[in-house]
Design a protein around this ligand. Structure first.
Ligand SMILES: NC(=O)C1=CN([C@@H]2O[C@H](COP(=O)(O)OP(=O)(O)OC[C@H]3O[C@@H](n4cnc5c(N)ncnc54)[C@H](O)[C@@H]3O)[C@@H](O)[C@H]2O)C=CC1
Ligand SMILES: O=C(O)CCC(=O)C(=O)O
Length: 525
């Protein structure tokens, strides 16, 4: 399999992939057109922030299974397009945290002490001291917007400078903030109170221009603002105006709405210091993220599940090990049902009973959907695009989780509604790792979801089994196992045959013609 690195990525990471037997090409600074031309050859793409992975590139990526971002922000990747095409997108969220936090501190100190300006002046032969009198960090209030990995690493570090730290992050709890020694407050209040405001949140539709003209006006005239997260979170035009008008004291920017950027009105202001997106540019961080993303890509290309997927639920190793047999079971249930369905699919409901499903069910639902949709549709359905495909086709998906309420300790039930009615399948794990189908429609069964099956609902009457066995036997198709389920003697019943070879069309037709047989469905799992 072939992997393309279209931005500079540390060799240590790429070598991991080469050692695993993958072919790795490094081609940087490609245009969109050039990428569109070559992308069909690749199974994986590794990028940093420079390559813009557009919908057009993704559309052309016939063989692409995974896009790995050697870094955190994935705003340069069209996630919706990747998800629709079933391409998993992973990032490496931890490897550059310290680099970005330290760069923020470096910018903060440089901003407060006019280091870049003084440096440039002295090199130009000017010994200026009075002009470059700065401020101390001690005693100041630092406002951190976004209290994730980098935000909290910055908080820890500025505390060592004897500052007060206030924070805004709608997704973290009061308890966590308290533990970190950060006073949480609404954004507007933070802007009014901080002497230094620093951004550590992703760029997305909600955060674009979060710091706009009105919000900049809330800041103290003496305040500084730092953006080492993403360009576009601060409105650059509004920032220019605020700095020019002296509404705030200064800004340090590592990131810009458009990159690379070599000319900007902001660059002309004395109270603005800039770096060209260097937050993650340390030797250590680049090695860390390259190794992390390489391991993730190798794992996914070899059939494993990603741990840092941004368009698939992230799971730690422990949860993955615990849920893996249930993920496989859910997929088999969907797969079985898909092969016995008739009529257009309208809705799918997945009901989880048992404590095994208390914490996480999303990967199981995606697996059930993949199993259900993949055999029914022309396009390839996987864990990533399954919900998009269902939505596009108007298939309603519902998930219900109950701690108990079933006859088994842990039970997954998949109910689907088609134009022709409802079908149900349920499964469990015996002894925690042996998958079993325990219900099909109204029948209780005990079927190992593996291999070739024949699903035959019929009337409960003598000779049914014998006649089916005879037809298969005459064709040399060995019956490896058989499960019977019935509601009442002489009423409706079902047989599920496990076969050593798939049943051929003629045998299926002959069985369907036996009086008392309602339908015959061949299932391959
Ligand atoms: N300059 C550089 O080279 C680098 C920049 N970055 C940028 O830094 C950002 C943060 O990175 P991490 O801390 O690792 O990510 P993270 O995912 O650990 O933390 C992001 C935090 O932002 C919060 N958040 C989301 N929306 C928000 C909103 N509307 N208002 C306030 N908070 C919000 C989240 O709740 C989360 O706690 C990344 O998204 C990336 O864009 C990351 C690494 C290097
Ligand atoms: O790859 C880089 O150098 C940029 C890192 C970054 O911005 C990120 O990780 O979000």
């Amino acid at each position: 399999m072939r992997i393309l690195a279209s931005d500079p990525v540390a060799e240590k990471g790429l070598n991991i992939l080469r050692e695993e037997g993958f072919i790795v090409d490094e081609k940087i600074k490609l245009s969109e057109e050039e990428l569109i031309k070559i992308i069909p050859q690749y199974d994986a793409l590794i990028v940093r922030s420079e390559t813009k992975v557009t919908a057009r590139i993704i559309e052309a990526a016939e063989n692409l299974k995974i896009i790995g971002r050697a870094g955190v922000g994935v705003d340069n990747i069209d996630l919706a397009a990747a998800s629709k095409k079933g391409i998993i997108v992973v990032n490496s969220p931890e490897g550059n945290t310290i680099a970005a936090a330290e760069h923020t501190i470096a910018l903060m100190m440089a901003l407060l002490r006019n280091i870049p300006q003084a440096h440039a002046a002295l090199k130009a032969g000017k010994w200026l001291r009075k002009e470059f009198t700065g401020y101390e960090l001690r005693g100041k209030t630092v406002g951190i917007i976004g209290l994730g990995r980098i935000g909290t690493a910055v908080a820890k570090r500025v505390k060592a400078f004897e500052t007060r730290v206030i924070g805004y992050d709608p997704f973290i709890s009061e308890e966590r903030a308290q533990m970190l020694g950060i006073t949480l407050m609404p954004l507007e209040e933070l802007l009014q109170n901080a002497d230094i405001v620093t951004m550590h949140l992703p760029l997305n539709n909600e955060t674009r221009n979060l710091i706009n003209r009105e919000r900049l006006k809330l800041m103290k005239k003496s305040a500084f603002i730092i953006n080492c997260a993403r360009g576009g979170i601060i409105d650059e035009e509004a920032l220019y105006e605020a700095l020019k008008a002296g509404e705030i004291a200064g800004a340090a920017l590592d990131v810009f709405a458009k990159e690379p950027l070599t000319e900007s009105p902001l660059f002309e202001l004395q109270n603005v210091i800039v770096t060209p997106h260097l937050g993650a540019s340390t030797k250590e961080a680049q090695i860390n993220v390259a190794i992390d993303v390489a391991r993730e890509i190798a794992n996914v290309l070899k059939g494993g599940l990603a741990q840092n997927a941004v368009n698939f639920p992230a799971m730690d190793k422990e949860s993955y090990q615990r849920l893996k047999p249930y993920i496989n079971l859910a997929e088999k249930l969907g797969n079985f049902l898909a092969q016995i369905l008739s009529g257009g699919l309208l809705a799918a409901e997945i009901v989880y009973n048992g404590l095994a499903f208390k914490e996480e069910t999303r990967p199981l639902t995606l697996a059930a959907l993949k199993g259900l949709l993949d055999p029914l549709l022309m396009e390839k359905v996987n864990y990533v695009n399954a919900p998009v495909v269902a939505k596009e086709r108007g298939i309603k998906v519902r998930e219900t989780v109950m701690e108990n309420g079933a006859d088994y300790t842990n039970l997954i039930t998949l109910k689907v509604t088609t134009e022709k009615g409802e079908r149900i399948i349920a499964g469990t794990l015996f002894r925690n790792n042996e998958p079993r189908i325990v219900q099909i429609d109204q029948y209780r069964v005990d079927v190992v979801p593996e291999g070739y099956k024949l699903f035959v609902p019929h009337k409960d009457q003598p000779l049914m089994i014998g006649r089916v066995g005879l037809i298969l036997g005459e064709k040399g198709i060995n019956i490896a196992g058989m499960q019977l389920g019935r509601l009442t003697p002489g009423g409706d019943a079902v047989m599920v045959l496990s076969l050593d070879h798939p049943a051929d069309g003629d045998s299926i037709k002959a069985i369907a013609e036996i009086p008392g047989i309602y339908e015959v469905k061949a299932v391959s799992l």
